[in-house]
Structures are given as C-alpha cells and as structure tokens.
Design a protein around this ligand. Structure first.
Ligand SMILES: [Cu+2]
Length: 193
C-alpha cells in the first residue's frame, strides 16, 4: 500500500530552464546547478486504503493520507451512505475483523484528553475528525488537514499507522463521553504502512 512519490514537476521545469541556460555555460557549471536543484525536491508520502462496509451497511470508499512538509491531508471518498450527517473518527486499532467494526477499539486518544470537537481548547481526541454530510445519492467527500498526525513517525502521539478509520451511521454530538454517541460503525479500514 505504501507509495513514495517525488514531486517531479518543479524539477522538470527547473531542468528545462537549466538546459536552455546551459548553452551559455560550461557543462560542469550546468551539472552543478542541476544537482543543487535536485537537493531541494521534497518527498511526499501517500498511503491509500479501501474502506469496507460494516454493521450490514453498504458504505464503502477510499481514504488517502498524504504527508508533505509535516502536514497530513486526509481525503475520504465514500458511497452507500444515508443522506445527511455522519461521524468519522480514527479508532485505536487497525483491526476491522469484526462485523460491527468494534474490533478497532475506542477512539485513538494518545494524549488522554476528553472527547470533543477537533480543536476544542478543553480537549479532543487525535482521532476526533468530526462530522460530514452525505448528499442525496449517499456520497460524500471528507477532507481533514493537520500537523497533529504523521505517517509512521516516532512520536506515538502523532503516528496514525496501526490505527483505523471508522465511519458511523450517526452524528457525533461532541459531548457524550468517550465517543460522541455516533452509533453503529458502518465502514472501516486499518491504516497499515
Ligand atoms: Cu468513532
């Protein structure tokens, strides 16, 4: 599942520019400039997972995490939902083996804070992504960007690998402890590197 992508576009543009300039310079100078350009190309990590339906639902989809410059962007494309609001969280174990998704355990909460809305100064779980809205056809796109996660880093308060993404049938009320009373777990994937 793991893919390492290099951001190539800026390099290609830089190389084509360098090639034109090189006519005026010695070959050695041109090579040196290209090598310096290569050093600044950034590494982007992308991991993608299929979400499987749970609890007798038809909710499926694909979730992608992209890490770049210390920021993680999650993008989930979901189908088979009922129209309206649903909760999505990161739960603590990458184990979707049970039919009800409860094998993933509770919310991922490495900083031992109360459940709440993402960013709440009184506390929230690192897995408290929140609610999203499915359209009349049951489709939804969920985007979440943060520097509070990482893909496979040493900091266990940030590392999402080994956890699970869970979509709920219901809405997160952001107050009920410890899970927001969001109801059945209708779709699941492990985050496995
Ligand atoms: Cu949940």
């Amino acid at each position: 599942m793991k893919k390492i992508q290099l951001v190539g576009l800026s390099l290609v543009l830089a190389l084509s520019y360098q090639c034109k300039e090189a006519k005026k310079e010695t070959k050695e100078e041109a090579v040196k400039e290209i090598e310096e350009t290569i050093e600044v190309v950034e590494e982007v990590e992308v991991i993608t997972f299929k979400m499987e339906s749970k609890s007798g639902s038809n909710v499926e989809g694909e979730v992608t995490f992209t890490e770049k410059d210390g920021m993680i962007s999650m993008s989930a494309l979901l189908s088979g939902l009922t129209e309206g609001e649903h909760a999505i969280h990161i739960h603590e174990k990458a184990d979707c083996s049970s039919d009800d998704g409860k094998s993933t355990g509770g919310h991922w909460n490495p900083t031992h804070e109360p459940h709440g809305k993402w960013g709440n100064p009184e506390g929230y779980h690192k897995g408290d992504i929140g609610n999203f809205t499915a359209d009349a056809d049951g489709n939804a796109e969920v985007i979440h960007s943060t520097d509070e996660w990482c893909i496979g880093c040493e900091d266990e308060a940030k590392n999402i690998v080994g956890k699970a993404v869970i979509v709920h049938q219901g809405v997160d009320d952001f107050t009920s402890q410890p899970s927001g009373a969001a109801g059945a777990r209708v779709s699941c994937t492990g985050i496995i590197q």
